[in-house]
Write a protein that binds this ligand. Structure first.
Ligand code: DOR
Ligand code: ZN
Length: 427
């Protein structure tokens, strides 16, 4: 969307480091508060935190192809509601984003419809088929300037192809983001963490090793090619151990945790509510603990939402048949606060690093994830750290209702989101 930046003086905001500051937004940038004219519009931010706008590296916007589930308009409106000023639109649309033209089409949609910046993720392989590399170089050099490549939803199983993708993206400092799932070990129908739960519920099991086996292979391929690999939605303790080992070795690996893998555990699927069907599946508490610890200590670099809206007709099925995925943009910060901040595991500067600075760096997004300093783009979110509310899926800005937090009381922090100096969400 073409946003019109407003001149606004935000007074008395607390920054992530605890210092207090006035922020004068002018012409889409942060300007010196001393230069604010006397009659300028003011916003009293006493008691509120001002953080850099959040950046999501893993968003499914569903347009083109499944506009009944989400559009760029609705998905980025949900993003703004959640405090995001930038999202990365995953490639598993219809058609797949696997050519320069397709990438430019999605980038254009983002420019026209987006309530935040929309960066385009290109497919690694043509049609996500895992057989032939997509137009990686052409997408990188296109107007969409793609830097993140992923077949997310599918795993690149062929090691030789993965090696070639990693080698290729190195030339433009791109990154290959892998959906780590050994599809032989976790068969196509696998939908429940393999454990006593899968046995008791009679659901096909998805063992944690089906994830970590691919993570182990990919970090070694990243070492072999001296290239960057990103592990999407880390959900197991074994994957965490491997990423920790790889980082110690100097391998260029980054990793992400989703809000749902931080908060929600396997027993939630016991009611066969398909809202809780997601890929990788919800894991048991030991795995959740390992993921939380890794996010706190930096082994896991970022929070990525894997916001995966689905139309009702794709969720209203038996558990093993329904499509996997849950929405997450609007409650991402709520969950991180509940699990990480309010428990003392993570401070606010680390939240900024995991949800804004690091994802912007990994995706090579200029102008996002920047400190709130004079001369920087006015991308920020105002947060009330004490507000709480019961999540209502029908209050969502997303077109989909597969919200796993529905009915749960959580922090409700976002008061205002500002992108390029214009308010994209205001409570
Ligand atoms: O649960 C998921 N849903 N996991 C994925 O990797 C893809 C996503 C989707 O596109 O629906
Ligand atoms: Zn995935």
């Amino acid at each position: 969307m073409t946003t019109t930046p407003t001149d606004l003086l935000i007074t008395g905001a607390t920054l992530a480091d605890g210092s207090r500051s006035d922020l004068y937004l002018s012409g889409g940038l942060i300007a010196d508060p001393a230069s604010a004219p006397a009659g300028v519009e003011r916003f009293d931010a006493d008691g509120l935190l001002a953080l850099p706008g959040l950046v999501d590296l893993h968003t499914h916007l569903r347009e083109p192809g499944r506009e009944d589930a989400e559009t760029v308009d609705s998905g980025t409106a949900a993003a703004a509601r959640g405090g995001f000023t930038c999202v990365h639109a995953m490639a598993n649309t219809n058609p797949v984003t696997d050519t320069a033209e397709a990438a430019e089409y999605v980038a254009g949609l983002g420019q026209r419809e987006g309530h935040c910046e929309v960066r385009v993720v290109g497919a690694i392989t043509k049609g996500l088929a895992g057989e032939e590399l997509a137009e990686l170089g052409l997408m990188a050099n296109s107007g969409a300037r793609v830097r993140v490549f992923s077949d997310d939803g599918r795993c690149v199983g062929d090691s030789q192809l993965m090696r070639r993708a990693l080698s290729y993206v190195r030339s433009f400092d791109g990154v290959v983001a892998q959906h780590s799932q050994d599809t032989q070990l976790a068969g196509p129908g696998a939908c429940c963490h393999e454990s006593e739960w899968s046995g008791r519920l009679g659901l096909p099991g998805w063992p944690s090793q089906a994830e970590s086996i691919i993570v182990a292979r990919d970090v070694q391929l990243a070492e072999l090619t001296d290239s960057r690999v990103h592990v999407c939605h880390v959900s197991t303790a074994e994957s965490v151990d491997i990423v920790r080992w790889a980082k110690k070795r100097g391998i260029k690996v980054t990793a992400e945790a989703t809000p749902h893998h931080l908060l929600l555990d396997t027993p939630l699927v016991a009611g066969y509510d398909t809202t809780f069907k997601v890929n990788p599946p919800l894991r048991t508490s030991e795995h959740l603990e390992a993921v939380r610890e890794a996010l706190a200590d930096g082994t896991i670099d970022i929070v990525g939402t894997d916001h995966a809206p689905h139309a009702r007709q794709d969720k209203d099925h038996p558990f093993d048949v329904a499509l996997p995925g849950m929405i997450g943009l609007e409650q991402a910060l709520s969950v991180v606060m509940e699990v990480m901040v309010n428990t003392g595991r993570m401070d606010w500067p680390t939240v900024v690093e995991r949800m804004s600075s690091a994802p912007a760096r990994i995706g090579q997004v200029a102008g996002q994830g920047r400190p709130l300093a004079v001369g920087e783009p006015a991308n920020l979110v105002l947060v009330d750290p004490s507000a709480r509310a019961v999540v209502d899926r029908d209050a969502s800005r997303s077109r989909s209702r597969n919200n796993p937090y529905h009915g749960r009381e959580l922090p409700d922090p976002v008061v205002m989101t500002i992108w390029k100096g214009a308010a994209t969400y205001r409570r």
